[in-house]
Design a protein around this ligand. Structure first.
Ligand code: AMP
Length: 281
């Protein structure tokens, strides 16, 4: 398996191999790979001649220094996991100063307001960091298709907007959320849960499933109240936000409008671990 650290080496390698119209699929990750990540990788392998997976804990998208410091880094295991899926995967593990070409800093992006809702409100500068790194990665890898998980639904919509605004010829392929057997959305952060928090964490998905059952017969206000009450009675989990928003604009809705598609978005703290999930209605 080829592993590159420097952008010029990866670019040279891809240039040599991209002859004869071969297609490139790309899966950007922050590592600590789990089966959710591997599902994205497998989709890319199925659709493309080459698959590039990047592993980079991008400092500029973290608004919280402690979260960045504690983010799991398991490169050796990640490389083994990728190798066991396919030995021909091309791995890119950038060095911050090389990919940022000097100062490790975000640029500012306008994603037509998508960046101001939910995660944008709660994690200042997060989507500038995401936009900056994904744009750089796209320029280096020049993929035909790039794969993103619906687990980070707002990020997925923002990447679609980035490609549209920057006029990049890349197809963004959404992949549905992979869950543990008990319903907890797979996440690199799950590794950091204590035993008691890991046991209670599937509660998040159970409540989301309840809201899905309530969707036809209840108002948005009633559903939000229900979720807030459930978490108020659950001392091990602290609700940061639950919002129901239009899937396209991500603007939180108070009322359902016929023909629009809605999704419930949730962030919960389990001890010092921040967990994110969502569900479609
Ligand atoms: P991350 O390493 O957390 O930045 O995630 C890399 C990519 O994997 C993103 O597009 C995520 O949305 C996606 N991803 C992470 N967890 C899951 C999951 N449980 N199911 C599907 N996709 C996921």
């Amino acid at each position: 398996m080829k592993v590159f650290q420097l952008q010029k080496d990866l670019k040279n390698y891809l240039k040599i191999n991209k002859i004869n119209d071969k297609s490139i699929g790309f899966v950007p990750t922050m590592g600590a790979l789990h089966d959710g990540h591997l599902a994205l990788v497998k989709s890319s392998l199925k659709d493309n001649d080459f698959t590039v997976v990047s592993i980079f804990v991008n400092p500029t998208q973290f608004d919280n220094k402690d979260d960045l410091k504690k983010y799991p880094r398991t490169l050796k295991n990640d490389l083994d996991a990728l190798k066991s899926v396919d030995k021909n995967i091309i791995v890119y593990t950038p060095i911050a100063t090389d990919i940022y070409e000097g100062e490790v800093k975000s640029k500012h992006f306008d994603f037509d307001g998508l960046e101001n809702e939910m995660e944008g409100k709660h994690r200042k500068g997060h989507f500038d960091g995401v936009g900056t790194i994904v744009k750089k990665l796209f320029e280096i890898v020049e993929p035909d298709k790039a794969y993103f998980g619906e687990k980070d639904f707002q990020q997925l919509q923002i990447i679609k907007k980035l490609v549209e605004k920057e006029k990049m010829n890349i197809q963004i392929v959404p992949i549905s959320i992979f869950r543990e057997a008990d319903g907890l959305a797979m996440s690199s952060r799950n590794k950091r849960l204590t035993k008691k928090h890991r046991e209670i964490a599937p509660f998040i998905h159970q409540i989301l499933l309840d809201t899905q059952k309530m969707w036809q017969s209840s108002s948005i206000e009633e559903i939000i109240k229900y979720v807030e009450n459930c978490f108020a009675k659950q001392p091990l989990l602290e609700l940061e936000y639950f919002e129901i928003a239009d899937e396209k604009t991500l603007i939180p809705s108070k009322q359902k409008i016929n023909g629009n598609k809605y999704r419930g978005f949730i962030v919960v703290h389990a001890g010092d671990v921040r967990l994110i999930d969502n569900i479609g209605y």
